[in-house]
Design a protein around this ligand. Structure first.
Ligand code: PLP
Length: 441
């Protein structure tokens, strides 16, 4: 029996006491969303199968976290207290999590299944390539993306940096979008650590780099010029609105790269979101790319980690550089175990996040004082600006939303970005729309 499993928990508790717990669970769940209620019902059924009495609770429940998977539950006029393990803790966490957090999909916490897999993971020293769970994750990632090999890295930023360091020498030039994460938000790592020169090309509103702009940015052979080595695309393109680049467009850029003896790297932090929108496999979408980085720690819900994929030779060199940058993680199987669930289960449910982003988009169109970005949002992001008529500042709006249990973040002096993810359900969308209507109404 799995450690911390529900059955084990039940075996360790006084059955009569569980009747009391059940009643309280029911009370709490009645106030919460449909999804939580459904989850909770699963647990209550298990309790009922054990034929537990219906003790009516008489006073307040107090809950204290003893450790990461143990809760101490007390009722003030009740003699017993209860120790509940991971599954119940998860439920309490969800029930007590009043905030709807739309600041990013990076805020996603691991699911109970992930926590259990992490606790049970077989591990070894990954610097010796001895960690079976990391090895399994890398094999799975390489297979899903249709590349020879893969490397587990601590962050998307490190994955992108490693790709640039492997593809380029000092003084080489990289064509990047002027709104790309690599160019804007990775602390200039390519220049600071690799001596690599970025050549920014305008990101169009649809997230693409115009093919003629890419061609024009490739340096001709001249003693005065840097040497162009690499083109980077970002899919989905975050700052342009979480928009999706098509497989046809990616093929066209791949063709330019091949014809000019360049490599193509995709910052695919959210490539699984892109593939879900397009209704194709990630493998098909990234076929022309020499290397791809994607994040497990965003919409795929894992707590930590990203993957870099490419040829065996490319990954061998990236592994060496990862060590140089201090990214060799030893018993990283505890993290990879969550990543496997990301690939196996979370990658297939992203359509739900996209549908909720669409609901947010449609609902926010009805709120006065906002100008939504043109066109329906493509994946899990909704961007909008405040009209001049709105006298509140973004900081004041953030504060007012927080008071109403919704966390949002700014994306500019008068601009917001909301991101849907696993922990935002339909009730969360409604709560957000209601809060915006109140704050701006
Ligand atoms: C498009 C894109 N690429 C790369 C990254 C970097 O990922 P990490 O935060 O894991 O370094 C992010 C992070 O938000 C991102 O949005």
């Amino acid at each position: 029996m799995a450690r911390g499993s529900l059955d084990e928990t039940l075996n360790h508790l006084w059955l009569a006491d569980l009747g009391f717990v059940k009643m309280n669970f029911m009370r709490i769940c009645a106030r919460r969303s449909e999804e939580i209620r459904r989850l909770l019902n699963g647990y209550i059924n298990v309790v009922e199968n054990k034929k537990i009495g219906q003790n009516e609770p008489g006073a307040n429940l107090s809950v204290r976290e003893v450790s990461w998977n143990i809760l101490l539950i007390k009722q003030s006029n009740f003699r017993q207290s209860f120790l509940l393990t991971s599954h119940f803790l998860f439920l309490f966490r969800r029930l007590n999590m009043d905030f709807i957090d739309l600041r990013s999909d990076t805020v996603t916490k691991p699911t109970p299944e992930m926590r259990e897999a992490m606790a049970e993971a077989e591990v070894g020293d990954d610097v010796y390539m001895d960690d079976p769970t990391v090895n399994q994750l890398q094999e799975k990632a390489a297979e899903m993306l249709g590349k020879e090999d893969a490397l587990f890295v601590p962050s998307g930023t490190m994955g992108n940096l490693l790709a640039l360091l492997v593809h380029c020498q000092r003084g080489d030039e990289v064509i990047v979008g002027d709104k790309s994460h690599i160019y804007l938000n990775e602390a200039g790592g390519m220049s600071a650590l690799g001596g690599i020169h970025p050549r920014p090309v305008k990101n169009q509103a649809d997230g693409t780099l115009a093919l003629e702009d890419i061609l024009a940015a490739i340096q001709s052979e001249d003693v005065h010029h840097t040497i162009t080595r690499l083109i980077c695309l970002e899919n989905t393109q975050n700052v342009c609105g979480g928009v999706v680049l098509s497989a046809e467009y990616t093929q066209a850029v791949g063709k330019i790269a091949r014809e000019n003896n360049l490599s193509l790297h995709i910052d695919g932090a959210r490539i699984f979101n892109a593939a879900a929108v397009l209704g194709i496999s990630v493998k098909e979408l990234v076929e022309p790319a020499d290397s791809v980085m994607f994040c497990l720690s965003k919409g795929l819900v894992a707590p930590v980690g990203s993957m870099l994929v490419g040829t065996k030779k490319f990954i061998n060199r990236a592994r060496h550089l990862r060590k140089m940058l201090g990214g060799g993680m030893r018993q990283a199987g505890v993290l990879a175990a969550a990543g496997l669930i990301s690939l196996e289960k979370m990658s297939t449910r992203l359509g739900q996040d996209h549908a909720r982003a669409k609901s947010l988009f449609e609902g926010l169109k009805q709120v006065q004082g906002l100008r939504l970005d043109a066109g329906p949002t493509s994946s899990n992001m909704v961007y909008f600006d405040l009209l001049d008529e709105v006298k509140l500042s973004v900081d004041q709006i953030i504060e007012e939303m927080k008071k109403r249990g919704v966390l949002v973040d700014w994306a500019g002096p008068r601009r917001f970005r909301l991101v849907t993810h696993y922990w935002v359900d339909d009730a969360g969308v409604s709560k957000t729309l209601k809060a915006f209507a109140e704050v701006l109404g």
